[in-house]
Design a protein around this ligand. Structure first.
Ligand SMILES: Nc1ncnc2c1ncn2[C@@H]1O[C@H](COP(=O)(O)OP(=O)(O)OP(=O)(O)O)[C@@H](O)[C@H]1O
Ligand SMILES: [Mg+2]
Length: 361
């Protein structure tokens, strides 16, 4: 049986609470939403920091320790359900969109998926978890449907599922980060100029060691690629400049209190470099695809909290920049502290996308 641990299964229709869990390089993020009929409430969220290097390049070196962080997060949130949606880092999974005849029995569709997977997946099928999801009718091709195939190494799927289980939660959905981000983007688009319609919109999700670059057009992903810069570089720059241990450099970066020359001598060159990388990525997109230029940039992830980075990017790329807010149309419950949420919002994209995703399946 290929589909033993679901990559895309559903919570079923019971229960109005949905939890998205983002197991990422620096922290475990938990978002609980409640709601029905497209109106959601943010019941609670948590960002539980992880020790450095516990998760590197999507490899979890100690499942129990990450599980403990998740357990704390669920407790802090006051979780109403044990059912959670988690995501695998996009780099550990392969996705492929295929178009097939709409008139297929489910068994036949499974065979088509397997045959397709056999061709495009670079490791033996008995080592992977394979799943598929019918996106809907193929645009402009009557009688055909689009199907998304996803595959990930079984050991990876099991590791991520084991984190949830060791925290006492049940991983009902195992998604892929890029798809969760796509769901979160659908919540962000209405907050953008012109409701984000009819434009190429770039999203840069800036993490610890890398940044994921996506281009959306009317909620479709046109393009995605991983870039190798992130927030850790700034921590390393601070360590070097002030001879600090990495933990202290990391804290000082977020909390402030560094010497006066920090802004000009350390932060400014870092920001200029990030802005340059982003401008180059946009250039690459517009010259190597036929989609035209990007008209709006959205930033997310911890680095988007760096004061002034948005302006540096606007200047370098000559494209307007906003910080991602997936909660514009989601009311926060009274338990959520508004001021803290405003600071944490750009960290919560993947977890929110996962929680939203679970409502729709
Ligand atoms: N207030 C802040 N100011 C500057 N940098 C910050 C701030 N908060 C977080 N960061 C940095 O952002 C990075 C973490 O961001 P984020 O939580 O989005 O990454 P992640 O999701 O753990 O990584 P990935 O998605 O790559 O697995 C770290 O390098 C952290 O130091
Ligand atoms: Mg992340």
């Amino acid at each position: 049986m290929l589909f033993d641990i679901p990559l895309f299964s559903s919570f079923g229709s019971g229960g109005a609470y949905r939890i998205g869990v983002d197991i990422s390089s620096s922290s475990v993020k938990v978002v609980e939403l409640s709601g029905r009929g497209g109106k959601y409430v943010l019941e609670g969220y948590a960002v539980e920091l992880l020790p450095k290097d516990l998760i590197q390049d999507g490899n979890i070196s100690n499942v129990a320790q990450v599980g403990e962080a998740l357990r704390r997060g669920l407790k802090r949130v006051g979780a109403h359900t044990k059912n959670v949606a988690i995501a695998l880092p996009s780099s550990t999974a392969i996705t492929k969109k295929i178009t097939v005849s709409a008139n297929q029995k489910e068994e036949d569709l499974e065979l088509t998926v397997e045959a397709e997977a056999n061709q495009s997946i670079p490791f033996p099928l008995d080592e992977v978890n394979l799943d598929y999801w019918v996106i809907g009718p193929a645009p402009n091709v009557p009688g055909e449907i689009e199907v998304l195939i996803a595959a990930a190494r079984r050991e990876k799927v099991e590791d991520y599922a084991a984190v949830a289980e060791s925290a006492g939660a049940k991983p009902m959905i195992i998604d892929i980060e890029s798809l969760a981000i796509q769901h979160a983007f659908a919540a962000i688009a209405p907050t953008l100029a012109g409701k984000g319609r009819g434009k190429n919109i770039a999203l840069f999700d800036m993490g610890v060691n890398n940044t994921r670059f996506y281009v959306f057009h009317d909620n479709d992903i046109l393009f995605s690629r991983e870039m190798s810069f992130g927030g850790n570089q700034l921590t390393v720059d601070i360590q070097r400049a002030y001879n600090l241990p990495s933990g202290e450099a990391e804290t000082a970066k977020k909390a402030g209190g560094l010497p006066e020359n920090y802004r000009n001598d350390v932060l400014r060159p870092y920001m200029d470099n990030v802005a340059m990388e982003i401008a180059r990525a946009l250039q690459f997109f517009s010259t190597t695809t036929t989609f035209g230029p990007v008209q709006q940039i959205v930033l997310s992830g911890g680095c988007s909290l760096i004061n002034g980075l948005d302006r540096a990017i606007t200047q370098q790329a000559s494209v307007p920049v906003v910080i991602a807010n997936p909660f514009a149309a989601i009311k926060a419950s009274n338990h959520v502290r508004a001021q803290q949420l405003a600071q944490d919002t750009p960290l919560l994209l993947t977890a929110t996308g996962l929680a939203l995703r679970s409502f729709e399946s």
